[in-house]
Design a protein around this ligand. Structure first.
Ligand SMILES: Cc1ncc(COP(=O)(O)O)c(C=O)c1O
Length: 366
């Protein structure tokens, strides 16, 4: 039986191995390894790709979110509205700054629901935090409208949405600030941890630039209490290579998703619903099933790897026991956690692999 893994990263490297090797060697031979010409070039190139003025390279996607919340001056006593169905990093950024996450249930596209956000706004609300989960942009119209009317910041979590577009504009450029992860599995993946923050706000960009480097703009002059969250030169050089192929990578993933949409016919499986006004970049292909665990076992018996994004919603995780939410606090989110299953999807996945997965899904009987 041929095994189909959930994800493999090597083929994406092999496809352009010579370019990656050249970039890494260029940095090794340069004698300059942290915050240099490669980081500056990547920041400029990624900003140009997105169509935004400022990009600051950081250590991780979590750091991008944390520094966004901090640079916006959000802290103890402040509330940030976020969808309950997200990866815990989104929430860690809020609580890491001492602010309070206010969870709302998602809309029918797994995104932040504007009507529920409106109902959750209080005098303490400082920001709303849409997560473009799985690579599909949130419905930004309502969210941007609320933010404008109420004077709130919009922090976009773009950890899964590099190059995804909403009404022709790239995610990360729609709100006040966009936060990206370049964790190796992401569509724009580095070869280690890396992240970036993008914004149109020059003062905010300057603050984050200082914060990432111990709070200094000038060596040994520290005006604010910063952190070490610098993107290193090797990751930046490798990301510059991958950025050139990002649109191709996204198109390949969308083509695989389109084949899944055509070939999966099981009445036990609900396929992802693409938002008509957006381009989904299919960081993940997530189906829903009433008998998810049995479907996962069935696929595993056919040699097919799957994952669950995510099995425990943040409000039920041990880390947030102190927030006092019990089971039933967010029933739609909890139901999703029991129903979602991510199918294999990776660069280099061929038609035979896709058909094998679809045949196995279609042969599932609960
Ligand atoms: C939605 C979301 N937000 C934030 C993060 C954090 O990114 P990183 O792993 O680079 O810290 C991730 C990545 O895992 C993510 O999927």
């Amino acid at each position: 039986m041929k095994k189909i893994p959930f994800n493999v990263l090597a083929p994406a490297f092999e496809a352009h191995a010579a370019e990656y090797e050249e970039a890494a060697l260029r940095v090794l031979r340069s004698g300059w390894y942290v915050l240099g010409a490669e980081v500056e070039a990547f920041e400029r190139e990624f900003a140009d790709y997105l169509g935004v003025s400022y990009c600051i390279g950081l250590n991780s996607g979590l750091d991008a979110l944390v520094l966004a919340v901090r640079a916006l001056g959000i802290g103890p006593g402040d509330e940030v509205i976020v969808q309950a169905n997200t990866y815990i990093a989104t929430v860690l950024a809020i609580t890491g700054c001492g602010a309070t996450p206010v969870f709302v249930e998602p809309d029918g596209y797994h995104g932040l629901d504007a009507a529920r956000v409106e109902a959750a706004v209080t005098p303490r609300t400082k920001a709303i935090l849409p997560v473009h989960l799985y690579g599909q942009p949130c419905g930004m119209e309502g969210l941007l409208g609320i933010a404008a009317r109420r004077g709130l910041a919009v922090i976009e979590d773009c950890a899964q949405s590099h190059g995804a577009m909403w009404r022709g504009r790239k995610t990360g450029t729609l709100g006040t600030v966009g936060c990206f992860s370049f964790f190796p599995t992401k569509n724009l993946g580095a070869f280690g941890d890396a992240g970036a923050l993008v914004t149109e706000d020059e003062a905010l960009a300057e603050r984050v630039r200082a914060l990432r480097n111990y709070g200094s703009k000038k060596k040994y002059v520290n005006e604010i209490e910063g952190v070490n969250s610098r993107l290193d030169e090797i990751q930046a050089a490798l990301l510059r290579v991958r950025l050139r192929f990002l649109d191709t990578i996204n198109a390949e993933r969308a083509a695989i998703a389109a084949r899944y949409a055509e070939l999966i016919r099981s009445s036990f499986v609900l396929k992802p619903r693409p938002r008509p006004e957006a381009t989904h970049i299919f960081h993940l292909y997530v189906v829903e099933c009433d008998h998810r665990d049995r479907l996962q076992e069935h696929l595993s018996a056919h040699g097919i790897g799957t994952q669950i994004h995510y099995p425990i919603p943040p409000h039920l995780s041990g880390a947030y026991a102190r927030l006092g939410y019990g089971r039933g606090a967010f029933p739609e989110t909890e139901r999703l956690a029991e129903r979602v299953l991510s199918l294999p999807l990776y660069s280099g996945m061929n038609e035979d692999d896709v058909r094998t997965v679809c045949d196995a899904v279609n042969s599932f009987r609960p």
